[in-house]
Design a binder for this molecule. Structure first.
Ligand code: LHQ
Length: 267
């Protein structure tokens, strides 16, 4: 039977799905099987009409130590010098990054412990990142002769600007969670025993909001970085036009007028 490197749960009475990376003895270092299971789990949440937010966290003391460097797929082998690690990116990492960025519900990453290499890239691909005050974040690709991958080279300058992105990528020093929040790399920090409760509470709040509008907000913000004001204004107008016919818009305005909490349901 295939080992379960990813655990996915959603209690029947809640709208928040929880995805746990489950290789704690290796600090949740990523293997090909684990990357496939992670992508499939994110896609399952996107397809689950009753899910309205996704929390991602790690089992054990780490969040994710990045690619498992002991995996024969990537470990250098003098017997097989032509091993292509780009294949792993194309077939396993890129589809996962895309599944996260296109997830049909908002994603909250609870970084419970160290996030390194592609483990950090994947955390940063989530919508809101909340890290334990005890966690450290490190790119570390430079230490093994590689470039930041799994989206890190694209995300970093957008999150923290060129100067800080280059400092983090070229020096590869560990960053405390507090400094990561200060520089805008992540949204916020919490004491170690509060990081998952805060992520769950945040996901509960998101789950009560108009999901379709939230996901389209993510799309607009991501696309805005590649466009200009004229294109952004037209994209806003097109999406707002569609949302103006949605149940959630009618419900939001009606609830405001009736001075009650809205019950959103669109996906
Ligand atoms: C590990 C790992 C690990 C295996 C800890 N693999 N076992 C994409 C595509 C293709 C190719 C390559 O790369 C990529 C993207 C990438 O992600 S590249 C970056 C890969 N990751 C790293 O370089 C990080 C390597 N790990 C570390 O620097 C440290 O382990 C960190 C800073 C994460 C944590 O340090 P500590 O808290 O001191 O823990 P530790 O080093 O003692 O690790 C605990 C165990 O986890 C240990 O095993 P052991 O059997 O000795 O207890 C480590 O060997 C294992 N582990 N990372 N990536």
């Amino acid at each position: 039977m295939t080992e379960r490197f990813i655990l996915l749960d959603r209690a029947p009475d809640t709208a928040v799905a929880v995805l746990r990376l489950n290789r704690p003895a290796q600090l949740n270092a990523l293997t090909a099987d684990m990357l496939v299971q992670w992508r499939e789990a994110v896609e399952a949440v996107s397809a689950d009409a009753n899910a309205r937010a996704l929390v991602i966290t790690g089992e054990g003391r780490g969040f994710c130590a990045g690619q498992d460097l002991a995996d024969p797929l990537v470990a250098p082998d003098p017997e097989q010098p032509s091993k292509d690690i780009g294949h792993l990116l194309n077939h396993y990492y890129i589809p996962l990054v895309q599944a996260l960025r296109e997830c049909a519900v908002p994603t909250v990453c609870a970084v419970n412990g160290v996030a390194a290499g592609a483990g950090l890239s994947l955390a940063l691909a989530c919508d809101l990142v909340i890290a334990s005050e005890a966690a450290s974040l490190v790119l570390g690709f430079n230490k093994i002769g590689l470039i930041p991958d799994a989206g890190a080279s694209w995300l970093l300058p957008r999150l923290v600007g060129r100067a800080k992105a280059l400092e983090l990528a070229l020096l590869g020093d560990k960053l405390s969670a507090a400094e990561a929040a200060r520089t805008g790399l992540i949204a916020r920090t919490a004491p170690a025993d509060q990081v998952l409760p805060l992520a769950m509470a945040t996901a509960d709040r998101l789950a009560a909001m108009p999901t379709r509008a939230l996901v389209q907000t993510r799309q607009l913000i991501d696309n805005s970085l590649e466009s200009n004001l004229d294109i952004a204004l037209r994209a806003e107008s097109r999406l707002q036009s569609q949302l103006g016919f949605s149940f959630d818009y009618a419900e939001g305005v009606t609830a405001f007028q009736q001075k009650r909490a809205p019950q959103f349901r669109d996906r």
